[in-house]
Ligand binder design. Structure first.
Ligand SMILES: [Zn+2]
Length: 84
């Protein structure tokens, strides 16, 4: 098994689907948002050049929801790290 196959399997297991299902979603240009647990088009994710896949780990609406709920104290502690 190659390293990329291993990481594919780990990702599928984490989400609770098979590798085949994971590949089908990716082939359709979708990414899983672990925050709302939905498969969404990559367009629904913010860009994040620092990430391996170039997009934020969660979708825009989850990002926005966190921004709204983060308190000034959270921001000061660095608990909240928003997409640039
Ligand atoms: Zn989401």
């Amino acid at each position: 098994m190659t390293p990329s196959e291993r990481s594919e399997r780990a990702a599928a297991t984490r989400i609770g689907i098979t590798v085949d299902e994971l590949r089908a979603h990716r082939a359709a240009g979708e990414k899983h948002c672990p925050s709302c647990r939905e498969w969404l088009s990559l367009r629904r994710f913010n860009c994040n050049a620092g990430r391996y896949d170039g997009v934020a780990w969660r979708c825009r609406s989850c990002d926005r929801a966190t921004k709204r709920s983060a308190t000034p104290a959270d921001k000061q502690r660095g608990a909240y790290k928003g997409a640039a």
